[in-house]
Design a protein around this ligand. Structure first.
Ligand code: MSP
Length: 670
């Protein structure tokens, strides 16, 4: 029978600098998922690579005094080294500078043009002449009230550039319908809502897909002064790597459509709007799923080189090995949510989960089999205690299903948590059955035999199931358990509990994960007390931000488009309103209920979550800014007919937006 296929991808990363622990996060997730599916018997294909064109790379190379290709060659070589270090087993590494990619991107671009999806027009933006760069309004910096280049700080001028545009709007209704009828396509589901609400329903802008000012790119082969601009080049990698559009498209026919594209949440939009539209325009099926995971934060921020808060995996791996870091990345935060990297949380997990829970279980089990049975796993006996043995056996036997249920949803952290529940149960089982007491009484030897067998078998299950997460740990456990037979190390062998053969000779080995002194290691990792202090401060700030974020979660960080048309702005009706009445909402510690006066536009009720920052009485008579054409929403059972605008001050306190004197109630803000 043909094996089921599984095709998974990571984003292709910009080789503008070395890969960080953030890039490593996505790549480890893809590798873990691939290994899991492979273990289950799928025919897997795992693609990663680098997105090598564009102005930024051009510039970096110039700064380094090398050609762009020399620059990226070096980073790519280092990236591949890092993936090897992290035990990443990809099937292919695509580089957008490869001939196999370039040829097909040109073909795709031409097809779009010929079938009328791409047209030539003029792009208008702000241009920095010395840097030869176009900037969107949001990218521009400001100096003394003048819009300046964010790179060099010199003033920019409005400029027009001839560009090709893709008619995204043509496919908008089709895509809305597709997303609405395929609830699994965008995961987590809230990202689908964001796409629909923020981008698709308000109307798609046509996308600029070529540049004349960027030289380091794929030439448009029928109009050579243009290069293909960013997303058509980058996104196509998922099919060019499979040989799509060539005479050798076996891989494409075998693996496309992809089962899942793993991406960070900041590029969900490109993968769930532009990419599906491109594929549809090519007449190709869409990937089955795009999963937008959260960010690994450092302190309160996303890691970024410019903020100087980047963590690289190499020093961590050099000190503790690969598996603890892979474990931590997959365990610490639910896939989809943001999480914070701190050395302390990493070290604490190493001690608690790896050294204590897993490490101790393995070493206790092996040591006791050595002590009580001369190192040979005993045969099963009749001395079963249904109260203690059966729940453990049943739980462990169900573990493969429990883990796959989570893995099917890419919930790595939950999958690990299921495994650790069994590990925890085993440690409790030891405490309850008290083998050291049984061991003293020769009549209890039969009972002790079953206890040892159960533990050894649970350890075998665990070793197999952690394999995709921590690829080199299972063999170290099998070596201690004395399991050599490959048929006892695979997924199929988990179909029944109790397969470990009697007589299997265990061997006590080194501790799997030695306990570490967290404080000492923190010093070593962060290089001294000052850094530790800074880390603590960052953590504190992060906790505060996290709390705040939870409070504000209904606003859920909008993913702002790089630019919007002025018409988009005018869709919001923002008005000045006077607070006529204001009181706390009963039984709520967060909400205030406002009665607002809008002059000739009448009155309305608005509920706002600012109780923590304002005494209601003090607001009566003041003027606030409110969006008045927002769909009404029920908050604590009260219909809120608008949203009052506020901003956070530097201490994390919410401050209401105010207007200058003399503005009439109901006046439009814009
Ligand atoms: N080249 C584009 C992607 C094109 S895909 C057709 C790009 N490259 S990137 O180098 O900026 O990589 C971004 C991706 O790296 C994120 O989407 C995510 O997968 C991963 N991450 C980089 N830093 C990260 C964190 N701090 N946290 C989580 N993921 C991060 O965008």
């Amino acid at each position: 029978m043909e094996k089921k296929t599984f095709y998974i991808t990571t984003p292709i990363y910009y080789p503008s600098g070395n890969m960080t622990i953030g890039h490593t996060y996505t790549t480890v997730a893809a590798d873990t998922m691939t290994r899991f599916r492979r273990m289950q018997g799928y025919d897997t294909y795992f693609l990663t690579g680098t997105d090598e064109h564009g102005q930024k790379i051009e510039k970096k190379a110039a700064e380094a005094g090398v050609t762009p290709i020399e620059y990226v060659d070096k980073i790519v070589a280092e990236t591949k080294e890092l993936w090897k270090l992290m035990d990443i087993e990809y099937d292919d590494f695509i580089r957008t500078t490869e001939e196999r990619h370039i040829r097909i991107v040109q073909k795709i671009f031409r097809k779009f043009y010929e079938q009328g999806d791409i047209y030539k027009a003029e792009y208008e933006g702000m241009y920095c002449t010395p840097c030869e760069s176009f900037w969107t309004p949001t990218q521009l910096a400001e100096k003394d009230g003048v819009k300046v280049c964010p790179d060099c700080g010199r003033p920019c001028q409005p400029m027009r550039e001839e560009s090709y545009f893709f008619k995204m709007s043509k496919y908008q209704d089709w895509l809305i319908d597709y997303i609405e009828t395929h609830p699994d396509f965008i995961q987590p589901a809230k990202r689908a809502n964001e796409m629909l609400t923020n981008f698709l329903r308000p109307g798609l802008q046509d996308l600029c897909v070529s540049r004349t000012s960027v030289k380091w790119g794929i030439p448009v082969d029928f109009d050579e002064k243009h290069t293909v601009y960013v997303w058509i080049d980058a996104l196509s990698n998922y099919i060019t790597a499979l040989g799509y559009g060539t005479d050798h498209d076996e891989l494409y026919r075998k693996y496309w459509p992809a089962d899942v594209h793993l991406v960070g949440k900041e590029i969900v939009r490109f993968h769930t709007i532009y990419w599906p539209i491109m594929l549809h325009a090519l007449g190709l099926p869409l990937p089955k799923q795009v999963f937008g995971h959260g960010w690994l934060l450092f302190g309160a921020d996303r890691m970024s080189k410019s903020k100087g808060n980047v963590v690289y995996p190499e020093p961590i791996v050099a000190r503790y090995g690969v598996d603890p870091l892979r474990y931590y990345l997959m365990r610490e935060m639910p896939f989809g949510a943001d999480g914070n990297y701190t050395n302390e949380s990493f070290l604490t997990r190493m001690n608690a989960d790896l050294a204590n829970d897993l490490g101790n279980l393995v070493s206790r089990t092996v040591a006791m089999i050595e002590k009580y049975f001369g190192g040979a796993v005993p045969a099963a006996t009749d001395a079963v205690d249904p109260q203690t043995d059966l729940p453990l056996q049943e739980h462990c036997a169900r573990l493969p299903v429990l883990v796959s249920e989570q893995m099917d949803k890419l919930q790595f952290s939950q999958a690990l948590s299921e495994i650790w529940k069994v590990i925890g149960e085993c440690n409790k089982y030891i405490d309850v059955t008290q083998p050291w007491v049984l061991g003293k009484d020769p009549e209890k030897k039969d009972r002790l035999a079953n206890v040892m067998r159960n533990l050894a078998e649970c350890v075998r299950f665990t070793a197999i199931l952690i394999g995709p997460f921590m690829p080199s740990t299972p063999d170290r456990i099998f070596a201690q358990l004395g399991i050599e037979d490959a048929a006892l190390k695979n997924w199929d062998s988990l179909n029944a509990f109790g397969k470990i053969p009697a007589g299997t000779q265990v061997h006590k080995g080194d501790a799997l994960f030695p306990r570490i002194d967290v404080n000492k290691e923190l010093e070593a990792l962060s290089g001294g007390k000052e850094e530790k202090k800074a880390e603590k401060a960052a953590q504190k700030q992060e906790k505060k931000a996290e709390k705040q974020e939870k409070k504000d979660s209904k606003h859920d960080e909008p993913e702002y488009p790089a630019e919007i048309a002025i018409d988009d702005f005018f869709k919001c009706k923002i008005q000045v309103a006077r607070v006529l009445a204001c009181e706390k909402v009963e039984k709520s510690s967060k909400l205030l209920k406002f009665r607002l006066g809008l002059g000739e536009d009448g009155e309305r009720t608005v509920v706002s979550g600012i109780q923590k920052w304002y005494e209601p009485e003090t607001l009566i008579g003041t003027q606030v800014a409110v969006i008045t054409n927002l769909k009404t929403a029920k908050l604590a059972g009260i219909e809120s007919q608008g949203m009052i605008l506020s901003a956070m001050d530097k201490n994390g306190n919410l401050r209401l937006m105010s207007v200058g004197e003399g503005v009439e109630d109901g006046a439009i803000i814009g």
